[in-house]
Design a protein around this ligand. Sequence first.
Ligand code: 9D3
Length: 256
Amino acid sequence: MRIDVVTLFPEWVGQLEQFGVVGRGLRESRLELACWNPRDDADNASGRVDDRPYGGGPGMVMQGPPLAATLERVKAARGHGVPVIMPSPQGQPFDQRQAQALAEGEGFVLVCGRYEGIDQRFVDAYVDKELSVGDVVLSGGELPAMMIIDAVARLLSGVLGDSRSAAQDSFVNGLLDHPHYTRPPRFAGRDVPDVLLSGDHARIERWRAQQALGATWRRRPDLLARCELDAAQKALLDGYIAGETDESDTHGGSRE
Ligand code: 9D3
């Protein structure tokens, strides 16, 4: 997988190479990352790549020609068929499904906007897909690009420490995760739920499934509405809603 990023902050985005799943994917040759600065393609000595908006209004707009020149350099380096993605508040929601689709390909180019946005003619002529990372106003496309890179990099086979993790990911099954516990057995006046110390793996699995269903029901009913529960899951959720979960299982009762 190779990811190219067109950005006015290449040093920032390039930091990804030093840490976490991207660093590991790079070191183990599963992933290549290259950053390209459109300032290097400015037609003026000062490196300006923005100008005032036609029609007036506040802020500045990124000009098409330098971005197009940079993108042509990227395509010359890695082929003209590569998908071009622009993080954009106007894009489709970026979700786990999008991350999985990107992870199955050979790579993509991310074009990061700054200021009020990018000249629409560049978007129309060069961008294949716009992706938004949520209904919140950020100051540019770099952090969304880094989110996309992180989400994709951790799906590349071998990057995950435990290959089972990807299939167990929250959202892959359309549900939130169950809670996690580790040592010590008593912390902050709270015990680990008894069920997790029972050694009964079938019971533990049921409890975790029920916790995941219950958390999704409580916190993200929108997610629950979109997933098809099987009979066993329906029964577990009904049990959760009816408060059938053993208090000591859920909240960690006192240990003997
Ligand atoms: C405050 C400026 N807005 C006009 C009223 C438009 C605007 C322009 C540029 C809003 C945000 C941005 C910069 N954001 C992104 O490039 C971006 C983004 C985001 O802000 N939220 C969620 N996902 C994304 S993906 C790229």
